[in-house]
Design a protein. Structure first.
Length: 131
């Protein structure tokens, strides 16, 4: 008989890193999106003692513009190929998102930080969850 199709699974580690740069992980929340996609959503709070960010991973995800818009990020522009940054409706601060290996990666500033800092930090998170 035919081999059963393996369950699809994320390429990236869906376990947010304990520390990225000066930022240390706090609370982690896992949830499942609505059917039929039943996306896996992992959200983690980070703080470096002064500034705070939220890192969100969503799998599977394949449409960057829709992903970032659905996450409540407005006024986005493509600051790097494949990476959109804009203002989060929830926090009113910068947020940057990208899709890597069908996983949406979103970093939201919760305190007032510069866009280049959030963009650079997203790159560090991206590297940290990539096998």
């Amino acid at each position: 008989g035919a081999e059963p199709e393996p369950e699809p699974s994320p390429t990236l580690s869906m376990d947010p890193p304990v520390q990225v740069g000066e930022f240390v992980r706090g609370e982690v929340t896992e949830s499942t999106g609505p059917a039929p996609e039943n996306q896996r959503i992992v959200r983690a709070d980070y703080s470096d003692g002064a500034d705070k960010v939220i890192f969100v991973m969503t799998w599977p995800e394949d449409e960057l513009t829709a992903y970032v818009a659905d996450a409540g990020v407005e006024g986005t522009s493509e600051v790097q190929p494949g990476t959109l940054c804009g203002t989060s409706i929830d926090t009113s601060f910068w947020a940057c998102g990208r899709i890597k290996d069908e996983t949406g990666l979103l970093l939201l500033a919760v305190t007032d930080q510069e866009e280049p800092a959030i963009l650079a930090l997203l790159g560090e998170f991206d590297a940290a969850v990539t096998p």
